[in-house]
Write a protein of this length. Structure first.
Length: 379
């Protein structure tokens, strides 16, 4: 049996940066600058320039980044924050941790938050909207801005879309602030947890800078009770090395996506992901829709191919979010998609030979699990 194909394989990336990373780790150890420090500042400046924003602040993870963005915008108790039902649960957790109220809306056929749904749920208490750039392409920020109006704080969750653009503007540069994650498997990933806040607002940047470090900038001076959410020097080294290569690696992801598109042309039951007008996709995930999804995923797993589902259960149907009181049927599209979607392996360095095997196995699975066209009658 051929070697298994993992969902994500980071070995290609590791090999290319290993010397640079070791040299950087030596610098950090020589200085003892393990938490924040010069390597983090160097990365923050480079990532800010890359994204076209004035400020980047490294924090401990993506969930904290989103929470800190909301807190810095003085969004909290009783304030409503709108976000899509089909996101990673962290987006909703960040809102709850800021003390605000989660207001979910449905998505569109491209898995992105639906601006019309946002408009229809807006209330006098709506303070923020979070556009989640799911799977690697940007939510329609200009339409979200219109839907929210001038008084709503527009947030980007770009955890899955570092380097993506919309009409030429980078993810993170179109909202009032953005939060991202450097979890190892993201397009720009650290060697552990990490995250960042991006903003053009000096005010937001100042508050996040203090909040991430126990509410103060100078040691033992605490402007307000904050938290400990800082990026490590060692991670700054890794992230700088990877950022320099991010565009090239995102291009490899796009090439792999084009190759999947091509191979899957002959499989009409498979709906391949669409690139929305104006977007440059960075394919954090390559998500297709298939019939009999669970059986297909099982079949691929038995063949040594790690397909996965992002995400099998929308936020409102998670047991931990039953307090929202949103039953099955609340978001028809998000719910239907959660039954049909499947993520195929994609990462810089995936080979066409691996993709050939994945698609052959997928076609085989579809043949075996094709639903009979004659419907069985009940009883
Ligand atoms: C990964 C991710 C997060 C959370 O990031 P962590 O670093 O794991 O806290 C938030 N939103 C989305 C869409 C993500 O994919």
């Amino acid at each position: 049996m051929p070697l298994p194909v993992p969902l994500v394989d980071l070995s290609f990336q590791h090999a290319l940066i290993t010397d640079e990373v070791h040299a950087g780790f030596d610098r950090v150890m020589a200085k003892g600058s393990f938490v924040l420090g010069p390597e983090v500042e160097r990365f923050e400046a480079a990532f800010a320039a890359y994204c076209g924003v004035n400020h980047v602040l490294g924090v401990a993870n993506g969930t904290d980044a989103l929470e800190l963005v909301l807190r810095a915008a003085h969004i909290g108790l009783g304030d409503e924050v709108i976000l899509p039902a089909n996101t990673f649960v962290a987006t909703a957790e960040a809102v709850l941790r800021a003390g605000a109220v989660v207001k979910l809306v449905d998505c569109d056929e491209d898995f992105l938050i639906d601006p019309d749904a946002v408009r229809s749920i807006m209330s006098a208490r709506t303070r923020a909207v979070i556009g989640v750039h799911l799977y690697g392409q940007m939510a329609p920020m200009e339409r979200l801005r219109q839907a929210g109006g001038p008084d709503v704080f527009l947030v980007e969750d770009l955890a899955q879309a570092q380097g993506a653009t919309r009409f030429g503007a980078r993810a993170g540069s179109l909202g009032d602030a953005g939060g991202t994650s450097f979890y190892p498997g993201k397009n720009l990933g650290a060697y552990g947890d990490g995250g960042a806040v991006l903003t053009n607002s000096q005010g937001v940047a100042d508050v996040v800078r203090a909040l991430r470090n126990h509410g103060g900038i100078n040691r033992y001076e605490h402007r307000f009770p904050g938290l400990n959410s800082r990026l490590d020097g060692l991670q700054g080294v890794v992230l700088s090395a990877k950022l320099a290569r991010l565009d090239g690696w995102n291009q490899l992801r796009r090439d792999a996506a084009r190759y999947y598109d091509e191979l899957l042309q002959d499989s009409p039951e498979v709906v391949v992901p669409r690139v929305v007008d104006g977007n440059e996709h960075v394919y954090h995930l390559y998500v297709v829709r298939v019939p009999n999804r669970d059986r297909i995923v099982d079949h691929l797993t038995r063949m040594g191919i790690s397909a996965s589902v992002h995400y099998p259960v929308p936020v409102h149907l998670q047991p931990g979010f039953s307090d929202l009181g949103l039953p099955l049927g609340s978001f028809p599209l998000a719910e239907r998609l959660s039954d049909e979607i499947m993520s195929l392996p994609i990462f810089p360095g995936i080979t066409t030979e691996q993709q050939d095997r994945i698609v052959a196995a997928l076609q085989n699975a579809l043949d075996q699990h094709r639903q009979p066209t004659i419907l069985r009658t009940a009883g």
